[in-house]
Every structure is written in C-alpha cells, then in structure tokens.
Ligand binder design. Structure first.
Ligand SMILES: NC(=O)C1=CN([C@@H]2O[C@H](COP(=O)(O)OP(=O)(O)OC[C@H]3O[C@@H](n4cnc5c(N)ncnc54)[C@H](O)[C@@H]3O)[C@@H](O)[C@H]2O)C=CC1
Ligand SMILES: O=C(O)C(=O)COP(=O)(O)O
Length: 592
C-alpha cells in the first residue's frame, strides 16, 4: 500500500518583480508566491504565513509588518540598499536580512553615466522637442564630459565603478568619502578631498553614491547648492532624501545650478504635488523611475544571489552577505555545525536540570570554554548563539522567540546573561576527541570577587578545580562521529547522548537503586530505553576525601548519577515518589 506523506513546504512571498532566474532555485523545495501590487494592509494580513520574504525597493518592511511575521526567518533584498527594511526590528525578532551587495553595481554605475550624458547633452529635452515636431538645434547646445570635474560623494562599489568609466571619458575625478580606501581611489585616478564643502566648489558634475543613512540624509541642501558653480549639474542614482528636492528646484529655477539627472526620489512613485513630482516636472531635469538596477543582467544577478541565500538560511546554514549577522566562512560553519547542536543541548540541559534557576531574573556568568580544534576557529558566534538558544528555549513560550545568531547577543543582554567565551590551549592530542567544550555557570559575585582575568584560558583541570572550590555548575561535552555527547554533569563523569526525554537521578551508589527506580517507572507505565551511570569523578573524590581529613567515603555513601532514557514524560508525582525513597537525592526530567 502506498504511504502518503504530508510534508508542508515552507513558504516564500515575493511581492515585487524579481527575475525568474533566481526563483527557479526555490520552486522545487518551497512554495513560492509571487503577489504583486499588495497594499500594506494586504501584506500585513498574509505575512504571518511566510518563512521568507524577497523584496526590492518598493516594499516597506516595517517594524509593524515584522512583528506580525511570526514564522519569518529571512528578509532578502534583491539589490543593495536596505533602507526600506527595518533592520533593527528584524534583528530583534531574529530575522536575518540579506542583500546582494554587488549584483547591480555595474547597472547603477552605467545608469549614472547615462544620466550624466543625458544632462550634458539635453537628451531628454531634445527627444521631446523633436517628437513634438520641432528642430531646436541652437537651444539644445550641450557641454562635453571630457576635461570636466566629476565630484563623487561615496567612493564605494558604485562610486568607484562610475569613476573608472568617467576616467575613460577623460574627466577629472575627485571624491569625498571619509571611509574610502586611498589605494583604491588612487588606482582609479581619484583624488580624495577632506571635506564635502571643499569638493562642492570644484564640481562640474556632482554624483552621489552613499547609502541613505543619518549622515547622508539631506546632505545636499540649500546651503550646499549655494556653494556650487552655476554651471554645475547634479546626478542622483543613490537615494531620494539625500538631496533636498525643494532646494534643488529653487536652484534650477534661479539658474544657480544648470541641470540634474535624478533616478531616485523622496516618495516613490512620487505623490501628486510633492517635492519629488515638482523636481521630475522641471525642464532642466532628466528623470528616470528608479531604473539604476533595472537591467536584465543585474536583475538576474541579484535574484540568483539572494535566492541562493534564502535556500541556505531555510536549510539551516548561514548566508554569505547578511546585513545583520556576522559572516562565518562556509568551511568554519561546517566544522562548527555538530558543536552548535552540542552547545545548544548543554544550555538546555543547564536550564532544565537546574530548574530552580529562573533565567529571566538571574545573574549568572557562564564561561564557555573551547579546547582542541575548536579553540583555533576564528568566529564562535554560532556557538554563543546556540548557548543562548539552549538556555532560553526551555523557558520561553512556544510561539515565542526565534533565537539565532542574529539576536542572541541582544537577548542575552536583555536577560542579564553574561557569557564569557574562552579558548583553552590545553593539548587534547591524547584524548579520543579533537575538541571539547566546558560550560561553567558561576553564581554571581561582585566583580572584585570574580575568579580570574577573562583573557587567561584555564585548562579543563583547573576549571574543575575551580568548580569544586566554588560550587559552580559544570557541564562538559564533546562530539564523536558528528554526535554530541555529554561527558560530565557537575561532579559526575559519564558519557550520555542528550536525546529524547532523560530522567536524571542523583543517588547513593548502593545496591538495589536501579531496580527500585526501574520498578517505580514501570508502575507509572514509563519504559526505559537506555540507562547510563555516571559515578563521582575519582580525582574530585580524592580531593574531597583529602579535604575531609583523608577518610574514605563509605561505599553506600558514594554518590552517582543515573541517566535514564525514557519513552514518555515522567510526572511530578513519580518524581516525588522517587525522591521519597531513601537514596535518591534529586531527580530531574530533561527534554531534548
Ligand atoms: N538607483 C538604483 O537602482 C541603485 C541605487 N543604489 C544605491 O547606491 C548606494 C551605494 O551603493 P554601493 O556603492 O554598492 O555601496 P557601498 O557601501 O559600496 O558604498 C557606499 C560608500 O559610501 C561611503 N559613505 C558612507 N557614509 C558617507 C558619508 N556620510 N559621506 C561620504 N561617503 C559616505 C562609504 O564609505 C562607502 O564607501 C546604495 O546604498 C544604494 O542606495 C545601488 C544600486 C542601485
Ligand atoms: O539595489 C538598490 O539599492 C536599488 O536601489 C535597486 O532598487 P530596485 O531593486 O530596482 O527596486
């Protein structure tokens, strides 16, 4: 008989025109909904169903929208500028924002040059004039680009590409960009100017290529325009909002600026009677409807770029150009993968086993110590995030937080969880694993009492010594054959796989305990799938004995942990009965 499998495909919403070349990469694995022309309300009503959203510049991805997007894992911007996405809000929801940082650079640069030439030679005006049946050769005399000064604000990817093309046109190149790479500037024959004001005076053509951010918003206003030559022409293929549109219209009317080529506006599409629509209507302006990235080639590039990243993220991997997550190299991420699972389980074990700890009000410092191969990895951000996720998931509501590399740091801070990552130089060559992780929870104490400097990496042995000395809580683990193992829980040493539901009992290591616990569980209808015993660590025991005056611990008084894999949850009543029996000192149920 055929077995029907019902697997729900994850859903991706695309409310704008995105090239089919990238979408083809999604359609096998995911439900891809292309829904153009949605109103903000319509978008808000359906966004909760989607795992990913792919947009260009038209969709406003607001904090309001993101707060409704409960399943959302990724917002992908098929282009460069993410000023239409509330990145901060996405971060707080753990939503990764990706873009395509270079797929449309050439298109934007060529469009800038197209506008430069069109403005220099009155192409738009001349075309309209001839179509109207006129032949106005003397009114439409232009200027040449050759020998003119092109002033570039923002010498990043687009700015540099514009510079290289303009260099070929024989233009003199100057730029203002406080963060520019001087070597790249020199190689492109661009002379950097120390201030915008200084550069504006020299410009025959001014072109803007910065993102729209606080420092660039309104950067060309009335005062700046007043310092420019009356023959100067202005180009904007970056973002509306960087130029004061009313001030530019005024300057064009007054003849203190000669012309402008504008692709981007403060309101897109421009509203009637807005400053944008007045600028567009101006006879000295060549305007295009945000076409900088609109070439077949650029749209293919950005679409493939972001769709590949959406596939990565929905498959649990990291993207290559996240706007709000650290970049982790693919090889490193592959190495980290099994440890991410281990650390998450260690965090979860901590919260569930030490259940008296209230994580949302606690002040504990965690040391997360990497030994062996892991200690040589460049970025351990995914492990940090896994610990926060492991610690918080057992105590957050099921519809709650999407905890990941994007928001882990923020959430840890909000909850007062301090995580101190350390790399140990302890040699693990003689051990059966190549890497080893210790999670140590230190009860809070004043800063002056904290045991040691954060920069010195203790060996595992020293860590244990400290745990014993300070009653800190210790969980250790390693990975073998890609499987996570816990190898220590507090003072007990024994390997177990953190999987399914585990009943963890601390008991006196005496005859009959296993039978008693087994019986009780049997009566409650709980099956035991596997069992491990973790005895007291011998080294630790010896030290304790020495401290207690050298006496041996009596056989029946030795403690051990019993770890039982069970097939269903163990109720509170059963736990109470277990603890009531002499010899079972503590019992906790942990779900993975
Ligand atoms: N019209 C269109 O269709 C397109 C527009 N764009 C726009 O172009 C912008 C630039 O893109 P890219 O060159 O790829 O970005 P980029 O990040 O490579 O370069 C931006 C440059 O601006 C500089 N910068 C930042 N703040 C500055 C300030 N206050 N003053 C001077 N320089 C400053 C940075 O140092 C950087 O070098 C994008 O942010 C996007 O808004 C990009 C592609 C297409
Ligand atoms: O990539 C950018 O920043 C752009 O402005 C391109 O916008 P678009 O994708 O054409 O709406």
């Amino acid at each position: 008989m055929a077995i029907l499998m019902h697997t729900t495909k994850r859903k991706i919403l695309i409310p704008e025109k995105v090239s089919p070349d990238g979408l083809a990469l999604l359609k096998d694995q995911f439900d891809v909904d292309e829904k153009k022309g949605l109103s903000p309300e319509e978008l808000q009503n359906i966004i909760g169903d989607y795992d990913a959203l792919i947009v260009r510049s038209e969709t406003k991805v607001t904090a309001d929208l993101l707060s409704t997007a409960k399943k959302m894992k990724v917002v992908a911007r098929a282009g460069v500028g993410v000023d239409n996405v509330d990145v901060q809000s996405a971060t707080s929801h753990g939503i990764i924002v990706v873009n395509s940082p270079s797929g449309n650079i050439n298109a934007a640069a060529e469009h800038t040059i197209a506008l430069l030439m069109a403005v220099a030679r009155n192409v738009g005006d001349a075309s309209q004039s001839i179509k109207a049946g006129k032949w106005e050769r003397s009114r439409l005399v232009g200027v040449e680009a050759k020998g003119k000064t092109l002033a570039i604000v923002g010498l990043g990817k687009v700015g540099l590409t514009v510079a290289r093309i303009a260099n070929g046109l024989g233009m003199r190149l100057i730029a203002y960009d406080p963060y520019a790479n001087p070597n790249l500037a020199a190689a492109a024959s661009v002379t950097l100017r120390p201030s915008l004001a200084e550069m504006l005076k020299e410009a025959d053509f001014l072109t803007l290529h910065t993102p729209l951010i606080a420092s660039t918003k309104g950067m060309i206003g009335k005062a700046e325009l007043a310092t420019m030559k009356p023959t100067a022409r202005i180009l904007n293929v970056a973002r509306g909002g960087m130029i004061d549109e009313d001030a530019l219209v005024e300057a064009l009317d007054a003849g203190t600026i000669a012309g402008a080529g504008i692709d981007v506006f403060t309101s897109e599409p421009p509203q009637q009677d807005s400053s944008a629509s007045r600028l567009i209507a101006h006879p000295k302006v060549v305007a295009t409807p945000h076409l900088g990235a609109s070439t077949k080639e650029a749209q293919e590039n950005v679409s493939i770029d972001v769709c590949e990243q959406v596939v990565s993220i929905l498959s649990g991997e990291l993207p290559r150009s996240a706007v709000n997550a650290p970049i982790v190299l693919p090889d490193e991420y592959r190495t980290l993968q099994p440890f991410i699972s281990l650390v998450e389980k260690m965090g979860s074990l901590y919260t569930q086993h030490y259940s008296s700890v209230k994580l949302d009000s606690f002040r504990t410092t965690f040391d997360l110590i990497y030994e062996g191969k892991l200690a040589t990895i460049n970025t351990t951000k995914p492990l940090f995030a896994a610990l926060v996720k492991g610690l918080l998931t057992p105590i957050t509501s099921s519809d709650g937080l999407n905890i990941n590399i994007v928001n882990a740091e923020l959430l840890a801070k909000e909850r007062g969880i301090l995580i101190n990552e350390q790399r140990s130089r302890e040699n693990v060559d003689d051990k059966p694993y190549s890497s080893f992780i210790t999670l140590r929870a230190r009860a809070s104490r004043s800063v002056s009492q904290q045991p040691r400097s954060r920069n010195t990496s203790p060996s595992a042995a020293r860590t244990l010594q400290q745990a014993q000395d300070t009653d800190d809580q210790i969980i250790q683990g390693f990975v073998s054959g890609n499987k996570p193992f816990i190898s220590r829980l507090d003072k007990f040493k024994g390997e177990f796989v953190p999987r399914g539901t585990l009943l963890i009992c601390r008991n006196f290591d005496s005859v009959g305990k296993i039978g008693y616990v087994g019986n009780l569980l049997g009566q409650a209808g709980v099956n035991i799938k596997f069992m491990n015993v973790a005895p007291l660590d011998e080294e630790l025991e010896e030290r304790q004995n020495e401290q207690n005056g050298g006496g041996e611990t009596g056989e029946g008084n030795k403690e051990a942990l019993m770890i039982l894999g069970v097939d269903k949850p163990v109720g509170e009543d059963v736990l109470k009965r277990l603890i009531a029996e002499e010899g079972v000192l503590e019992a906790s149920v942990v779900n993975f």
